[in-house]
Design a protein around this ligand. Structure first.
Ligand SMILES: Cc1cc2nc3c(=O)[nH]c(=O)nc-3n(C[C@H](O)[C@H](O)[C@H](O)COP(=O)(O)OP(=O)(O)OC[C@H]3O[C@@H](n4cnc5c(N)ncnc54)[C@H](O)[C@@H]3O)c2cc1C
Ligand code: SF4
Length: 349
């Protein structure tokens, strides 16, 4: 039930949505549907956020392009004014009015703001021992998504299908050494989905997943994990990878410890895929010159993790993965919820 309305015309309100990933799209569509005038910003020239570079989505394997077309089609509203190619750097908020800046230039004024600036992929070069940026055949999960999207022949060597591939879980997550203690929540299921895709494309390719423990929390995730083992015969090895190196045949030698069997292990593979975690975006927006992030994780601090919004700044709400790792349906739900909260705030102040 929405709160009591003090203004009769909801469309007298102007709201800015910063970010056009799943959270921002959903926030913009919902705000327009409620009747607010929406100024929609993204630093990129096209909407979609990370969805632009994904191939198939877990757990149902829908094509990301189709999901994105469906999302953006719904955002074609006369109430939504697009300002793509604009990076918002800060918001100055006073007396219920917000001024948006792109560096020193004022680019907009509004009654309320939804910040949906998303996340960055962990920079795998920081974990030097895995050889990312050093060996050509060490790639990350977002790199593999792009390859699967643009043409999997890139995974062949001299036209020959790969014989083996390994995935390393928890790269840049749950790692005290680099000060990132949280679990990124979605890399296990990404690794399971990508491993299945590889087995379908190259049925003779052996696939190994090195994990600490599997966290498959969402609807349909556990089923996909089971399929990966029973139908696709993917080898899940509970173990920590200590290092990767390249041999003379340009193959990758992976050294690990099998923690279930308590023995060292060495496998040689054609490709090593690092399942990188989700870290705070480097293009976060400041409010009144202050950062609004959690000192522990660096993500925006959420007042209400269930609603997924509330930067503890009146009239400014956050949505999506700028508040921490979450899936596309969760990000979209938090975008909708932020739009409703913004409207409640505006109509009750
Ligand atoms: C490898 C990998 C695969 C994944 N696959 C799936 C999957 O199959 N299914 C699933 O449910 N989830 C998946 N996820 C999670 C998914 O990526 C997130 O749930 C989703 O991207 C979150 O959406 P968002 O809108 O919060 O952020 P993003 O998608 O990161 O979008 C943020 C937007 O904000 C813009 N922006 C950032 N800063 C500014 C600024 N200062 N000014 C203006 N614009 C700005 C960016 O350009 C971007 O367009 C995956 C995650 C990873 C790591
Ligand atoms: S989701 Fe899985 S791979 Fe990702 S950090 Fe959590 S346990 Fe590690």
């Amino acid at each position: 039930m929405l709160t009591e309305k003090k203004h009769t015309e909801p469309n007298q309100f102007r709201i800015a949505v910063i970010g056009s990933g799943p959270a921002g799209i959903s926030a913009a569509i919902s705000a327009a549907a409620i009747g607010m005038e929406v100024d929609w910003y993204d630093k990129e020239s096209r909407p979609g956020g990370k969805l632009n570079d994904y191939h198939q989505l877990f757990p149902d394997r829908e094509f990301a392009d189709l999901v994105l077309d469906d999302f953006t089609g719904k955002a074609d509203s006369i109430r939504i004014k697009k300002h793509f190619g604009t990076t918002i750097t800060r918001i100055e908020s006073a007396n219920g009015q917000n001024v948006l800046y792109s560096n020193t230039e004022v680019v907009g004024r509004c009654d309320s703001v939804i910040v949906a600036t998303g996340f960055d992929f962990f920079d795998a070069r920081i974990k030097e021992e895995f050889g990312y940026g050093i060996y050509d055949h060490v790639i990350t999960s977002p790199d593999l998504e792009k390859i699967l999207k643009t043409g999997h022949d890139q995974l062949k060597k001299g036209g020959i299908a790969p014989e083996s591939m390994a995935f390393v879980h928890c790269v840049g997550s749950r790692d005290q050494q680099i000060g990132i203690n949280y679990c990124s929540r979605l890399c296990c299921i990404t690794g399971i989905k990508q491993a299945i895709e590889i087995r379908e494309l190259f049925p003779s390719c052996k696939v190994y997943n090195f994990y600490i423990d599997i966290r498959a929390f969402g609807s349909g995730y556990e089923e996909l994990y089971r399929q990966a083992q029973e139908k696709y015969n993917i080898h899940f090895i509970r173990g920590r990878v200590s290092e990767a190196s390249e041999n003379q045949q340009n193959r990758i030698v992976v050294k690990a410890e099998d923690t279930l069997m308590a023995r060292p292990l060495k496998v040689t593979v054609d490709w090593l895929v690092l399942l990188v975690g989700m870290v705070p975006s480097c293009t976060q927006v400041s409010v009144n010159q202050a950062q609004c992030s959690d000192p522990e994780t660096g993500f925006y601090q959420l007042q209400n993790p269930f609603a997924g919004s509330g930067l503890e700044k009146p009239g400014i709400f956050s949505a999506g993965a700028c508040g921490g790792p979450m899936s596309i349906p969760e990000a979209a739900a938090s975008g909708r919820s932020a739009a409703i909260e913004a409207w409640q705030y505006l109509t009750s102040r």
